[in-house]
Design a protein around this ligand. Structure first.
Ligand code: SAH
Length: 350
């Protein structure tokens, strides 16, 4: 039997395991709080030796290694290329804001959603990350960042709702008062729009913010950019988002990346405004980050401004996202791809 990632076990599950093995309940509490302080079971000095031996035999603590760390000279944005024990890599980004530091974490190695503008999806999905591997990204950068990290956005490589069980474990564990005790109000989850999972998340009534990658004003344009829209159409997605708002009272953040000549016309803005009207929504406009090997170009600054003005003039809450870390290629998925390409070249040379 292969060992399990212990940080993916919830506190309740650890309590059950302890109970079944006849270990007193307080040991689960000790173990759970140790998990966020040390890197091996042997360091958990107040646990009995036989319990540590049992843990070593059945579980592992996921380890993460920083292969690369790039710091933007422009704004301090920091990008990490992390590897896991099996050699797979993901990216994690720390963004510095006046109100505090925010970390963007990855949820999968690669992605299978196939969005036409995105670098993360280019090699397809390799594997899901465990909850422990998601937590490890936060823990590492929290230690490595002056002043720590106060907000988490799950907006890195991968589709979090395509890795639902691990996502939920991550959300439970980070919020557990016996562990990291971080409020869900400081966490956002971004999705390309897997409707039944949005509804499932809504039913859990967590206080996380849901970001939805919309990127188009209608079905036809969205299907061209995002294959997921062929499975869950535009209206179905909006209905799932409305359901999320009705259950949680939370405003949805709609992401809209502006691609020149594709989804950035004034008529697109007007259509988007009518879609957003009467919804508890915020629209986040992002000029597309140009990806090597893809032809999409970013809308120019004037068009971005005009697009935003159309929305605000119609009473829609909209902002243009500040571009951070442009000197370090901060858009997710690009560093991992560059690394893969380089390794590929080296292999050819050898
Ligand atoms: N799979 C999730 C989360 C990861 S992507 C999702 O789709 O929401 C995080 C955000 O970056 C999404 O809004 C995604 O559409 C956007 N994105 C991906 N590639 C981009 C690019 N080249 N330029 C701008 N935004 C991009």
């Amino acid at each position: 039997m292969s060992k399990k990632d212990i940080k993916s076990m919830t506190y309740g599950e650890l309590c059950d395991i302890m109970k079944q093995s006849g270990v007193p309940a307080f040991r689960a509490k000790q173990l759970f709080s140790w998990l966020y302080k040390v890197e091996s079971f042997d360091e958990m000095t107040n646990l009995p030796k036989d319990m540590r031996a049992y843990l070593n035999e059945n579980f592992y603590i996921p380890r993460i290694t920083a292969e690369q760390k790039l710091v933007s000279k422009l704004d301090g944005t920091t990008k990490y290329l992390f590897s896991f024990e099996d050699g797979e890599m993901i990216e994690t980004i720390v963004m510095k804001y006046k109100h505090g530091n925010s970390v963007c974490i990855s949820s999968q190695v690669g992605c299978r959603m196939g969005c036409s503008f995105c670098a993360s999806t280019m090699g397809g999905l390799v594997r899901n990350l465990t909850a422990g591997e998601m937590l490890a990204q936060y823990e590492y950068v929290n230690r490595d960042t002056e002043g720590g990290v106060s907000n988490i956005v799950i907006m890195g490589i991968g589709e979090p709702l395509d890795n639902f069980d691990n996502l939920v474990r991550f959300l439970k564990n980070i919020n557990d008062e016996n562990g990291l005790n971080m409020s869900h109000r400081h966490i956002s989850v971004s999705t390309s729009g897997i409707c039944e999972r949005i509804r499932e998340l809504a039913d859990m009534k967590l206080q996380i913010t849901l970001s939805v990658s919309l990127h188009a004003p209608n079905d036809e344009k969205r299907s061209r950019l995002m294959p997921v829209n062929r499975k869950y159409g535009y209206d179905e997605l909006l209905a799932a988002c409305d359901y999320y708002t009705s259950k949680t009272n939370k405003r949805i953040s709609y992401e809209y990346t502006l691609i020149a000549g594709v989804n950035d016309s004034i008529s697109d803005a007007l259509t988007l405004a009518s879609v957003m009207k009467d919804r508890l929504a915020h629209v986040n406009l992002i000029p597309v980050n140009e990806v090597k090997g893809k032809e999409q170009k970013a809308s120019n600054a004037k068009r971005v401004k005009d697009f935003a003005e159309v929305l605000t003039s119609k009473g829609i809450n909209a902002t243009v996202r500040r571009t951070l870390g442009s000197d370090i290629n901060a858009s997710c998925g690009q560093l991992r791809r560059n690394h893969k390409e380089k390794v590929g070249e080296e292999n050819v040379l050898r």
